[in-house]
Design a binder for this molecule. Structure first.
Ligand code: NAP
Length: 291
């Protein structure tokens, strides 16, 4: 068996085409384009690349982007004031605070200064609470994008959309990816196991998975032996090898002829994360227009 490759770039392009139409319809109703503020603090080169890509894709969909670049020595108080000011602007529907913040800044306190209805990344603790309660909220972008890729995988494999009773294993328990991913899978009625650095037998746990999500940040930590034949494998990890290439947490070449469907790195979860950021922004504008 050769796995279906879950092309995140193509799926993200499809989402962005639909968003462009949604934005076109929404703009006359709002009397302006939906607005996204992209906030970068400091000069982390990787963050600069991510932020540029997010701004560019947003503009392509017709979203008005306010780029805010702040110095790394801004301090907690001034950063929080900036975020509160952006939250009060009528023309901004989504605010993205690029993480990680430079050392010394309080990430948790900063996130709480973003108006929860404009929390494009879905990381405000209020929205995390809503997610836990299965209430409507802007969902965190990487897990939301990963769910869309799982759905695409099911479709390619000719399986029903309903995930009831599927065994899902999430490797990683971060607040950014692992935990919300587990909640979204639970909401879709999967039986979910969450693994982490203290898990006793990772191979044994992973091999039970119909849906396996890797969010660890360790180069090719999951190999062929971790994958049940036919499983859908979502590789969230982004790791740079000693040779400078980007690879995931899954050994793609070893796993591709045992899995049913697998995301590549790059070109899998990454583009979908950006697409979901734009989706959250446009959805927030849509809710304003609908009253
Ligand atoms: P993180 O906060 O460092 O969390 C990593 C998780 O992996 C932790 O829960 C840790 O367990 C677990 N872990 C570490 N070593 C392990 C091992 N040997 N066996 C099993 N579990 C282990 O990372 P993150 O923010 O969730 O990100 C994970 C990866 O996804 C990174 O490569 C990141 O760059 C990538 N990422 C990609 C996107 C995207 O858009 N594609 C978005 C976000 C993140 P403990 O809790 O026990 O320490």
């Amino acid at each position: 068996m050769t796995a279906h490759i879950l092309d995140g770039k193509a799926l993200a392009a499809e989402v962005q085409r639909n968003l462009t139409v949604q934005v076109e319809n929404l703009t006359p109703r709002l009397g302006r384009s939906p607005g996204l503020a992209v906030v970068l603090v400091g000069n982390n080169p990787a963050s600069e690349v991510y932020v540029r890509s997010k701004s560019k894709k947003a503009k392509q969909c017709g979203i008005a982007v306010t780029d805010v670049h702040l110095p790394s020595d801004i301090g907690d108080e001034a950063l929080q004031r900036q975020l509160r000011e952006l939250s009060a602007r009528a023309d901004i529907d989504g605010i993205l605070l690029q993480l990680p913040l430079p050392k010394g800044l309080n990430e948790f306190a900063a996130l709480q200064c973003i108006d929860p209805s404009r929390d494009a990344d879905g990381l405000h603790p209020y929205n995390q609470g809503l997610l836990l309660r299965s209430e409507y909220c802007p969902q965190p972008c990487t897990p939301k994008g990963s769910m869309a890729l799982i759905d695409r995988g099911r479709q390619l494999l000719g399986l029903p959309t309903d995930l009831s009773g599927q065994h899902a294993v999430v490797v990683g328990r971060s607040i950014l990816v692992g935990k919300p991913m587990a909640l979204l899978l639970l909401d879709r009625h999967c039986t979910v196991s969450v693994c982490h650095s203290r898990t006793k037998d990772l191979v044994e746990e992973c091999r039970r998975a119909d849906i396996l999500v890797a969010a660890v940040g360790r180069e090719r930590i999951l190999g062929r032996e971790h994958v049940k034949p036919g499983a859908i494998v979502i590789d969230v990890g982004i790791n740079r090898t000693a040779e400078g290439t980007l690879v995931g947490d899954v050994d793609f070449e070893a796993v591709r002829d045992v899995a049913g469907a697998i995301t590549p790195v790059p070109g899998g979860v990454g583009p979908m994360t950006i697409a979901m950021l734009l989706q959250n922004t446009v959805d927030s504008a849509q809710r304003k227009a609908d009253g």
